[in-house]
Design a protein around this ligand. Structure first.
Ligand code: NDP
Length: 274
């Protein structure tokens, strides 16, 4: 299986399909990530908040896959989102947990606007990038106003904004902002945590194509150009979610899925999480 890459604004390439590990207990993470790596995934999305960076690191070490064939993302946790020095210390801690000497992508997990520290924090990210300790830097859950401040007040445009995005929350405004500024859109909870799988529009397309609802939704993301990071601890689903490259949705299918927008979030709103 060949997973296509998306080229980020600094030339680094990220696989368009990755594997998410939110809510996977640390003790079960190495097994899930190992299954994903054997199924062909090469990109793993973890975070300090998930408390499973150690398990991710163990799976990587045990996989025997060359480090430069992998793409590892982790994120600055909210408790360490306290400005420049705190971000640098948290990064060191994540690397130690992962057992790696660099990551491929480091993200500010949430903007936490009431703290008003994301600009100062971003300056630490610029330093980590300049020092080669991460190959790319980005953000997560940033709204247009938060991105605008980074663009206006700092020197590095985020490579990625990882946001909640699925057919019930299509994020047209953010996607347009990203396209205008060369920021890659990465979709978290791409399956709306599994709640979208019974949607009749999705199940009808799946039945016609002889595919599963999850495959239809993930294929929709890929055809939109999103980077996508579905999570599963179930081996059959891990494989199913990576089997996306032998079929296509038609223009009519894409239009039908576009019609599912309903502004529905499964997670917190970035303007009010602090
Ligand atoms: P997803 O939309 O990926 O859905 C995961 C759920 O769907 C799990 O319950 C899983 O069950 C189920 N599932 C997965 N594949 C299938 C399938 N083929 N058929 C049926 N059910 C399936 O939700 P997540 O919230 O986990 O999002 C994905 C990743 O995005 C996270 O793991 C994390 O890496 C990232 N994320 C980032 C956030 C951020 O703030 N930046 C916030 C939330 C997520 P099971 O595991 O039991 O198989």
């Amino acid at each position: 299986m060949t997973i296509p890459d998306v080229t980020l604004n600094n030339g680094v390439r990220i696989p368009q399909l990755g594997f998410g590990v939110f809510k996977v207990p640390d003790g079960e993470t190495a097994e899930a990530v190992g299954t994903a790596l054997r199924a062909g995934y090469r990109s793993i999305d973890t975070a300090a908040l998930y408390a499973n960076e150690k398990g991710v690191g163990r799976a990587i070490a045990e996989s025997g896959i060359a480090r430069d064939e992998l793409f590892v993302t982790t994120k600055l946790g909210n408790s360490a989102h306290r400005g420049y020095d705190s971000a640098l210390a948290a990064f060191d801690d994540s690397l130690e947990q992962l057992g790696l000497d660099y990551v491929d992508l480091y993200l500010i997990h949430w903007p936490l606007p009431a703290r008003d520290l994301y600009v100062d924090t971003w300056r630490a990210f610029e330093k980590l990038l300049a020092d080669g300790r991460t190959r790319a830097v980005g953000v997560s859950n940033f709204q247009p106003a938060h991105l605008r401040r980074l663009l206006d007040e700092t020197g590095v445009v985020p490579a990625v904004n990882q946001i909640e995005l699925h057919p019930w929350l299509q994020q047209d405004e953010l996607r347009a902002f990203h396209a205008e500024h060369g920021i890659a859109t990465e979709a978290w909870s791409p399956l709306a945590r599994g709640t979208l799988l019974d949607d009749p529009v999705i199940t009808a397309i799946a039945a016609r194509l002889g595919r599963t609802p999850a495959q239809v939704i993930l294929r929709w993301h890929l055809q939109l150009g999103n980077v996508v990071i579905p999570k599963s601890v179930t081996p059959a689903r891990i494989s199913e979610n990576a089997d996306l490259f032998g079929f296509e949705l038609t223009a009519e299918d894409l239009a039908a899925v576009a019609g599912l927008e309903r502004g529905l979030r499964t997670g917190p709103h970035p303007d009010t999480l602090n």
